[in-house]
Ligand binder design. Structure first.
Ligand SMILES: [Zn+2]
Length: 132
């Protein structure tokens, strides 16, 4: 099967692939407002019956100077993907307030919807509405 062998900064490569794969992709994204630079992997399995059939192999936070290597290889085996919701990377993904840019921390809760809003900004909006 065709696989993507992905390595960041010459570390141990991850081989993306699956025998039941319908598609797979890599996404390099940069969001300057929150200084977020990420390399994400996604795959869809042929029998998609729920969100759990959308898989991921890794997610990597990057910074300037990092080097990504992608090699397309024929391989009989690949690293096992996981569903994004159960990956350690997903659990550790940082959420940022859309108003002030603060990251979610253990001592600052976040309202998460289409946008994320930290509790400090919620309190600020509440005081503006109360005093306005
Ligand atoms: Zn905020």
């Amino acid at each position: 099967m065709l696989c993507f062998e992905v390595s960041v900064n010459d570390k141990q490569p991850i081989t993306m692939g699956h025998k039941e794969l319908a598609h797979m992709s890599l996404s390099l994204s940069y969001t300057p407002e929150v200084s977020s630079l990420n390399l994400s992997s996604f795959g869809g399995l042929r029998k998609v019956t729920s969100r759990d059939d959308v898989v991921s192999w890794f997610e990597s936070e990057l910074s300037a100077g990092d080097q990504i290597s992608i090699k397309i290889v024929e391989s009989l085996k690949a690293d096992n993907p996981v569903t994004p919701n159960s990956t350690k990377a997903e659990k550790q993904r940082t959420l940022y307030c859309a108003f002030c840019g603060s990251p979610k921390t253990d001592d600052c809760r976040m309202v998460v919807s289409v946008l994320c809003i930290c509790e400090k900004c919620v309190a600020l909006c509440q005081s503006v509405l109360n005093n306005g």
